[in-house]
Design a protein around this ligand. Structure first.
Ligand code: NAD
Length: 325
């Protein structure tokens, strides 16, 4: 029996660009569980076929190895979609610094192609945007009305500006063509299928703790993040998709913790003998990041439900298994 989705709206057929990535693969799985047919389009730039290998055994799932920046690839997908989730984009700093032009291309041309396909099919379109559009914020917590503080030529700009442009494009498409769009600003999400070595704190710390080597904390470790477990992020994304809201809407949150506290928690939860080693802090690394999720709570009835100790335990369990396999 299929499990109904957040917002009570079940989709017949969804296209998920970037569906073989970390968040995208969880989204594909959740949609399939609810009885939605899923086409996952991914060029595997930063994702992995292994993330969807279990889904490929299900009849309602199809993997298409293609690039979202290729208009013919999106146009040529057979059938009609009633939901298009545009998640394709290198998302970790290590990835977008390695793929700066590709990151800008998928935010611009890729978003345009996904919008065109949604419009042609009369589908609901949802853009995966990010808290990074707020840059190094001067307002805390960040509400959707805050315009952000982004360095347009800083090293992180390829990602931040790619998403800011994608938001502008989505808004313009709605205005010009009446496309049924929504924008979700996702805050730091963690969970199984993140990659070690992708530069993000949770997988880096877990891998270091499991290897028994020092956990490398940037700066003095006082910078904070709110971490959201991936199942909660997916529920928020699907609740927004099911609603009539256009966004932008923040999805994220949970307890705000410092990077040093996070490292210490992971050392405790893994039972590791590792210590903390302080390293140089990257340029433009935001000092503080906390979403205001009032809008998601009021309009969607969404809030994160997984406490981060539980979420970290699931994630550590998955990494321990992946390392052993
Ligand atoms: P990820 O790197 O694991 O997934 C991105 C996927 O997109 C990968 O499978 C990659 O191969 C694919 N991709 C990249 N460029 C492509 C292209 N041109 N054509 C087709 N596929 C392409 O990253 P993630 O963490 O799963 O992030 C997914 C989305 O969510 C991204 O758009 C990201 O900006 C957004 N997001 C994620 C977070 C987070 O904390 N993980 C936070 C905010 C926003």
């Amino acid at each position: 029996m299929s499990e109904s989705l957040s917002g009570g709206r079940n989709w017949r057929r969804a296209l998920v660009t970037g569906g073989a990535g970390f968040v995208g693969s969880h989204l594909c799985g959740r949609l399939l569980d609810a009885g939605t047919e899923v086409v996952c389009l991914d060029n595997l730039a930063t994702g992995a076929r292994g993330n969807v290998v279990a889904l490929e055994r299900e009849p309602g799932f199809r993997f298409v190895h293609a690039d979202a920046t290729d208009p013919a690839a999106l146009r040529g997908l057979p059938g009609r979609f009633d939901l298009v989730l545009h998640f394709a984009c290198p998302a970790s700093p290590a990835d977008y610094l390695r793929l700066p032009l590709e990151t800008l291309d998928v935010g611009s041309t890729g978003t345009r192609n996904a919008l065109e396909r949604a419009h042609a099919d009369g589908a609901r379109f949802l853009l995966a945007s990010t808290s990074e559009v707020y840059g190094d914020p001067l307002e805390h917590p960040q509400r959707e009305s805050y315009w952000g503080n982004v360095n347009p030529v800083g090293p992180r700009s390829v990602y931040d500006e790619s998403k800011r442009f994608a938001e502008a494009l989505t808004t313009a498409h709605r205005q010009v063509h009446g496309t049924d769009t929504a924008i979700v600003r996702i805050f730091n999400t963690y969970g199984p299928r993140m990659r070690t070595g992708d530069g993000r704190a949770v997988p880096t710390f877990i891998a270091q703790a499991l290897d028994g080597v020092p956990l490398t904390v940037a700066g003095d470790g006082g910078q904070t993040r709110c971490l959201t477990y991936v199942d909660d992020t997916v529920e928020g994304v699907l609740a927004l998709a099911a609603s009539r809201e256009t966004g932008p809407m923040n999805i994220g949150g949970g307890d705000e913790i410092t990077m040093l506290e996070l490292a210490r928690r992971i050392i405790d939860l893994t039972g590791s003998g590792s210590r903390v080693r302080f390293v140089e802090r990257p340029v433009d690394d935001p000092g503080r990041r906390r979403p205001d999720t009032t809008l998601a709570r009021e309009r969607l009835g969404w809030r994160p439900r997984t406490d981060w100790t539980t979420g970290l335990e699931h994630t550590i369990g998955w990494f321990a298994h992946a390392v052993a396999a």
